[in-house]
Design a protein around this ligand. Structure first.
Ligand code: AVI
Length: 323
């Protein structure tokens, strides 16, 4: 336990895996890849916040519209006495739409890797919702997390809140494994409120992931700057370009960094050869129809109860219960 003036949080001490090892492994593959989580260093997270404000990046707007419009209905589906658990809560922007509508919630458990962000949002919530029991947990939600006893023993139905279509950044097999982890965390009868992007006209994806303002390009290129700093790499940013497209066959938007020229790039003690046009795959963002996503969740023993779409049918928020 760590004591702060007002806030008491449970620190599960997130372990940092070796960035260099992950980078060398990814760049050694025939299709060079880098783990998407590396996009989110401090600057990457700031650029991502800018992406969320872009007119072209509809998911944030559409999901917020759903949560605002249907907060009452969603809260009735969740029911009374729920303990809401939000893995990767960040600044907790989206839970704020629901908090005033939840029926006598037992508490809110934000799980966040950044202690600084977690402490700040917990203090803000204490001020905005003085009667809400906030139980912050500092942990990396991508790892297996066992809820601390102080949280696990809180009576009431456990409900995962996982907005933002973050589940789309896992491939479908990984997503099932991940959802099963959530299932173990909440137990039988627990709930899951999850926001997921819908399939649509690929041109809409192109605008959202290769925006005309160049913000997404900056987000992707920042990864190379990070490697230059943190992995002793020698990427010349001028020699790479951001690319994003919808892979219809795999139902996913792919982000790549494409080599503009044939070149050799040093990373620590290794050297990697790039042909002209060869790419590093940096992120996939899977898109699902309601039927496909419900089937995926069924593999993790989640049964669909209800779903809500925004007025333009761009995005979907689902409520599931664990069988
Ligand atoms: C965080 N994640 C759900 C975003 C997405 O849409 O896949 C990340 C992102 N990448 C480019 N733009 C936004």
């Amino acid at each position: 336990m760590i004591e702060n003036a007002k806030v008491e949080l449970v620190d599960l001490e997130p372990k940092s895996t070796s960035l260099l090892k992950e980078v060398l492994t990814g760049l050694s593959r025939s299709q060079k890849t880098l783990p998407p989580k590396l996009l989110y260093d401090k600057r990457g997270s700031e650029i991502f916040e800018k992406i969320c404000l872009l007119k072209e990046y509809y998911p944030t707007r559409a999901e917020s519209e759903i949560l605002k419009t249907y907060a009452g209905d969603i809260s009735r589906m969740i029911g009374p006495d729920a303990l809401i658990i939000e893995p990767g809560s960040g600044a907790g922007d989206k839970i704020r739409f629901l908090l005033p509508h939840l029926i006598e919630p037992k508490g809110y458990v934000p799980i966040e890797i950044s202690k600084e962000i977690l402490l700040r949002m917990t203090e803000e919530l204490h001020t905005e919702f003085p009667f809400l029991n906030v139980l912050p947990v500092c942990a990396d939600f991508s790892q297996e997390i066992e809820l601390p006893l102080t949280v696990d023993r809180v009576p009431g139905k456990k409900v995962i809140f996982f907005p933002g279509s973050t589940i789309g950044n896992f491939n479908p097999q990984e997503a099932v494994v991940f959802l099963r982890k959530f299932g173990r965390m909440i137990g039988e009868g627990g709930g899951m409120l999850i926001g997921v992007d819908l399939k649509k006209d690929p041109e809409v994806f192109k605008q959202a992931y290769d925006d005309p303002h160049g913000v997404t390009a900056e987000f992707n290129m920042n990864l190379l700057e990070r490697l230059n700093r943190e992995a002793e790499a020698g990427f010349d940013l001028q020699n790479f370009a951001h690319e994003a497209f919808y892979n219809e066959k795999l139902s996913r938007v792919e982000m790549h960094l494409v080599s503009r020229i044939p070149q050799l790039v040093r990373v620590h003690e290794s050297v990697f050869r790039f042909k002209e046009g060869e790419s590093i795959h940096t992120e996939s963002s899977y898109k699902y129809s309601v039927e496909e996503f419900s089937e995926l969740c069924a593999k993790a023993k989640f049964k669909i109860k209800k779903y809500w779409k925004d007025s333009q049918n761009l995005f979907c928020v689902y409520y599931f219960e664990r069988e």
